[in-house]
Design a protein around this ligand. Structure first.
Ligand code: ADP
Ligand code: MG
Length: 369
């Protein structure tokens, strides 16, 4: 049909830098070669009709609705983007949107950001607007925060929007500045889904945030310019060890050491030193398991199994924890052996067949020509 255009935006994986985003620290995501595609067809009216092939249902709404409300439905992600774009002063034309997602939904690979970013591209192009990639990511984050009601950081939308093929980004969550880092072509980002999601995740996430705030509060008493754990060094933490409870001390140690690991990992990629990078991934996992206590036996098992396979540089849990996925950095030639050994080892112990996604670092959102 005349005027039909297609846009795609990728999911992502975080290579290192976990639970650092809300401490104004560093993260290192890569966009992956699993994307969400939005096909947009113009309409003469000011209505949006949205259909998801994954969910099988369509929903229609009016851009002139004076009080758009979330409906606790998948379409909130698209409607939220439309609402935020209009609030930002960009008037949108009506459209029919057809969504096809290949990013596993709800597995921590950010199908939500992929949907938002692809929808934003489609809606903007259909209305003759264009928005630079970082600004577009911020608008999508706002849609998820304010319309969907999910308190997420900027990482997912930013990497979906700004990712580059064969590159990871080191993102400073305070300034939103990022550095582009090379990932050698012979390496694969292998994501293993434990297929479990423990109930604890939300309450423990909120508890960790409060524990970090307690740490900040302690340091800010003597140094008022401390705004986040980002502003505290490991040496300062050690000096305060006896003033902090054991738990707060360990939570702070994870965040502060993880920030340092991300910076070291960036230097390792700059130097094409995958061995060093892999060691940092392993250390990140240990810190998340022992100091931050957000792992679980399934994640630990998956990481342990990965570590036994030839051609694996390193492995760690990725995402919030208590289930979800691990990320392993694997030599391309060893990927088949990895899949066989990790899948059978995991299934033997847990009785669960893991899903394994073999990824490369992909380009951020773009029109499909
Ligand atoms: P993640 O981003 O890790 O995949 P989230 O819970 O943040 O998990 O987002 C998943 C939600 O995003 C889904 O429950 C659904 O509402 C929406 N979503 C993502 N992809 C699609 C899709 N292709 N079609 C419809 N809804 C989608
Ligand atoms: Mg999400």
């Amino acid at each position: 049909m005349a005027g039909t255009r297609v846009f795609r935006a990728p999911g992502r994986v975080n290579l290192i830098g976990e639970h650092t985003d809300y401490n104004e620290g560093f993260v290192m995501p890569a966009a992956i070669n699993f994307a969400t595609t939005v096909t947009v067809t113009p309409r003469a009216d000011r209505r949006l009709s949205v259909f998801s092939e994954n969910c099988g249902d369509a929903i229609e709404f009016d851009l002139d609705d004076p009080e758009p409300r979330s409906a606790s439905h998948w379409s909130d992600y698209v409607r939220g983007v439309a609402v935020v774009l209009e609030q930002s002063g960009r008037r949108l034309n009506g459209a029919n949107l057809r969504i096809r997602g290949e990013v596993p939904i709800g597995s921590g690979l950010s199908s939500s950001a992929a949907l938002e970013v692809a929808s934003a591209h489609a809606l903007l192009a259909n209305s003759g607007h264009s928005v630079p990639p970082v600004a577009l990511a911020k608008l999508c984050q706002r849609a998820e925060n304010e319309f969907v009601g999910m308190r997420c950081g900027i990482m997912d939308q930013l990497i979906s929007s700004c990712g580059q093929a064969d590159r990871a980004l080191m993102l400073d969550c305070r300034s939103l500045e990022y550095t582009v880092l090379p990932l050698p072509a012979e390496v694969r980002l292998v994501i293993c889904n434990t297929m479990v999601k423990h109930e604890l995740a939300n309450t423990e996430y909120n508890a960790r945030r409060a524990e970090c705030e307690a740490g900040v509060h302690h340091f800010a008493q003597s140094r008022p310019n401390v705004r986040a754990l980002r502003d505290v060094t490991l040496a300062e933490l050690e000096r305060s060890r006896t003033d902090l409870s054991e738990v707060i001390y360990r939570r702070c140690r994870h965040v502060i050491s993880e920030n340092a690991r991300v910076l070291e990992a960036a230097a390792a990629l700059e130097a094409s030193d995958l061995e060093a990078f892999g060691q940092l991934m392993n250390k990140s996992h240990h810190s998340l398991r022992d100091d931050y206590e957000v792992s679980c036996k399934e994640l630990d098992l998956m990481v342990e199994l990965a570590g036994q396979v030839e051609g694996v540089y390193g492995a760690r849990m990725t995402g919030g924890g208590f289930g979800g996925c691990t990320i392993s950095l694997v030599k391309a030639e060893n990927v088949e052996g990895f899949k066989r050994r990790v899948a059978s080892g995991y299934e033997q112990v847990t009785g669960l067949a893991p899903e394994i996604y073999v990824c490369t670092a992909a380009q951020g959102a773009a029109e499909v020509i």
